[in-house]
Design a protein around this ligand. Structure first.
Ligand code: ZN
Ligand code: ZN
Length: 476
């Protein structure tokens, strides 16, 4: 029989062993199709484009809201219905953020049964798929962020990450594997998944329509505003986590991937806008860590904890969060450092003997030796803040002591500027020898390089700065 052979095929696909312990996603609602020859893997043509469209999703995401929008022209919006619609919007939104996302996808806290049922019902009111399906995709999104296996990779475009991935059919085999054993063992999740259509029609349409009808005698307004249009707004808001939160804002914790923090995204998504933090610390029940940041989902979970309905709220240690923030700051500093001219690295400079240094200086080169490093000050003599005379007098000499307080204790800026004039190091030059010895003994901070390979030169640690100047070599 055909069905038993396709059963066998599905079982064969399922039986493939994966070393990471994950398994293929098995549709619980008994849809049988060959995962190996998926329409999404075939090019879109004029003849097959309609097969690429996921018509069920398109109906719920685009056509139904459109009908609601058009019909709102004839249906007046009454104030009590509008207030209820906004409240129901937050209810459904929390179902997604506190339920689907932070409870089921990330297990960032544990919920008592009544809270689970509440969140599963609220989540159904948002019409974004079952908690099981949603969490599985979201786990793949975190595990394979920005790659081909990310179900809503922003690398495929903002529109794709927002809505394209639902409107167009996707090959379920493309999406990265995730472990959802815990969800399959959660009776609330499994029940909601098996009875998804009933749950959605009840929670997303019947409840708001009946509430507005019975309370304010506004059946039609309840259906259009608290039902259809409210669904549209909550869907678009949560889709923004996949699109906007990977596109707009700062990256205070890591910039290797696309997630970003922005207050606008947070306002739109009930606090899910601190997405750079969230991708770094995904099992933290908070998305915003500062008290003044907008994260009503966090406040909701905290309130549930006070009521005894939520427990084991997970938090990353402050120390780890601050380490991440500091490292990212350091990375930005390093990038900035690499754009500046710090002079030729000492080890790349030619070694010049003292006699050559003196004779080159006599033959017209404006060379000055300071701390064993030779500098060509020719282009700077006229600009020297201390006057031409003092700097000209140092040409052809070891000016270490003069530069470091003998005549004038030069500023940090002067040491930095001097480093850009380096042309060589003296053979046997005193300070450079000390520097080389320290480097070989691996104990000199001045030789530390940053992540871009630039030598870190901190204020006061320039090689030309000598705290107790040695006597000038060419005295007299
Ligand atoms: Zn994300
Ligand atoms: Zn997440």
């Amino acid at each position: 029989m055909a069905s038993s052979s396709s059963d066998a095929k599905a079982a064969a696909i399922q039986a493939e062993a994966f070393p990471d312990g994950t398994t293929d996603f098995v549709p619980l609602r008994g849809k049988k199709y060959d995962l190996r020859k998926h329409i999404a893997d075939q090019p879109i043509t004029a003849a097959n484009w309609y097969k690429h469209v996921n018509w069920l999703n398109t109906t719920f995401i685009i056509f139904v809201p459109l009908v609601g929008l058009i019909s709102s022209y004839w249906i007046p919006m009454r104030t009590p219905t509008a207030i209820f619609a906004v409240a129901y919007y937050y209810f459904a939104g929390l179902g997604i953020t506190a339920g689907y996302h932070r409870l089921w996808a990330h297990t960032s806290y544990k919920a008592a049964l009544p809270l689970k049922i509440f969140l599963a019902a609220a989540g159904a009111a948002a019409v974004e798929g079952s908690a099981r399906w949603w969490s599985r995709d979201h786990r793949a999104h975190h595990r394979y962020t920005d790659t081909e296996k990310d179900p809503y990779s922003v690398r495929k475009g903002l529109l794709y990450s927002h809505i394209g991935w639902m409107v167009m059919k996707q090959n379920p085999k493309r999406i990265g594997r995730t472990d959802i054993t815990d969800l399959n063992e959660d009776p609330v999740v499994v029940w909601q998944h098996r009875h998804y259509l009933k749950s959605v029609i009840t929670m997303a349409l019947i409840v708001p329509t009946a509430f507005c009808g019975l309370m304010f005698n506004d059946w039609l307004g309840g259906f259009v505003y608290a039902g259809i249009l409210r669904i549209f707004f909550i869907q678009q808001a949560t889709f923004c986590v996949n699109s906007l939160a990977h596109w707009l804002g700062d990256q205070p914790f890591d910039d290797r991937n696309s997630p970003r923090d922005h207050v606008i995204t947070a306002f739109v998504t009930l606090g899910e806008g601190y997405h750079n933090f969230h991708h770094e610390f995904p099992s933290d029940f908070r998305n915003a860590i500062e008290w003044w940041q907008y994260d009503p989902t966090k406040w909701f979970i905290w309130t549930m904890k006070q009521l005894g309905l939520a427990y084991d709220l997970k938090k990353f240690p402050h120390n780890e969060i601050e380490k991440g923030r500091l490292q990212q700051l350091q990375k930005k500093l390093d990038q900035k450092r690499s754009t500046l001219d710090w002079g030729i690295p000492l080890e790349n400079l030619p070694v010049v003997s003292w006699d050559d240094f003196v004779s080159e200086s006599k033959n017209g080169k404006a060379w000055v030796a300071i701390a064993g490093v030779i500098h060509d000050v020719g282009n700077f003599i006229a600009d020297h803040p201390g006057g031409k005379g003092l700097i000209s007098a140092a040409v052809g000499k070891d000016a270490t002591a003069i530069f470091n307080g003998g005549v004038y204790d030069h500023s940090n800026a002067a040491h930095n500027l001097l480093s850009t004039m380096r042309v060589g190091v003296l053979r046997g030059g005193c300070e450079v020898e000390i520097w080389k010895r320290a480097q070989s003994e691996n104990k000199d901070v001045a030789t530390v390089n940053d992540s871009t390979g630039q030598r870190i030169v901190r204020a006061g640690t320039q090689v030309t700065r000598v705290s107790q100047p040695v006597a000038t070599a060419d005295a007299a």
